[in-house]
Design a binder for this molecule. Sequence first.
Ligand SMILES: N[C@@H](CCC(=O)N[C@@H](CS)C(=O)NCC(=O)O)C(=O)O
Length: 232
Amino acid sequence: MVEANFVSAAELEVELEWKVIDLMRLEHKNAEFIKVIIIIFSFYFKSKSMFSHMIKHQVNPQHTIPLLIFNDVVIADSHSICTYLSEKFGETDRLYPKDLVKRSLVDSRLHFDSGHLFARMRFLYEPILYNKSSEMPEDRIQYIQTAWDIMERFLENSLYVCGDKMTIVDLCLSATESLTEICSMDQIAHRNVIMWLQRMSQLPYYEELNRDPSKKLQTCVIELQKKNAGEF
Ligand SMILES: N[C@@H](CCC(=O)N[C@@H](CS)C(=O)NCC(=O)O)C(=O)O
């Protein structure tokens, strides 16, 4: 989730240059997206064989955003970008602990975001965004709500997802969470999640870098759903 990278860069005081890739115009699929990356690569890979290897296999075969390009490093996936930025630029390990046990817990919950919460949201949104669907099937909404049940348990005895200190998991999961507001959260059943979101919203840049872009995407999904249904 690109919002997680906006927020983690702000938290680490890292200034990144952002290039907007418009998914609705399928810019992530077209040659330009790949060419831009290859041009950057060509500065670093002087060897022609290495360069043609890159062209053949493409730098991000998933064609997903966000994608980080930093010198000769190319990293796809917001979670990996967060761990990379924290390791590379964090003055301390507060966002991504070095301790093996603590780190494993953070990693496992990053995988929960990728493999469960985000994946379930993706199954709800993508048919509307890309396949002209006008459906929001109830079982897909419920599937997201059961991921919130799991988060409720993560937050049962702690202020943040991996303990009483904020880590990159909180940045990643709150970015995905903001995008699932469309599915209306039960305020009582998910009380811990609501309180955690309020805690996260205290971050000075949270509204601008997380909530505002999330709201835009949700509005886009709702409008497209109506358009696909022939409502306008
Ligand atoms: N787990 C990946 C998911 C990336 C992802 O699916 N990004 C979406 C936008 S939020 C995307 O690029 N969708 C376009 C597509 O898959 O074609 C991450 O966290 O970066």
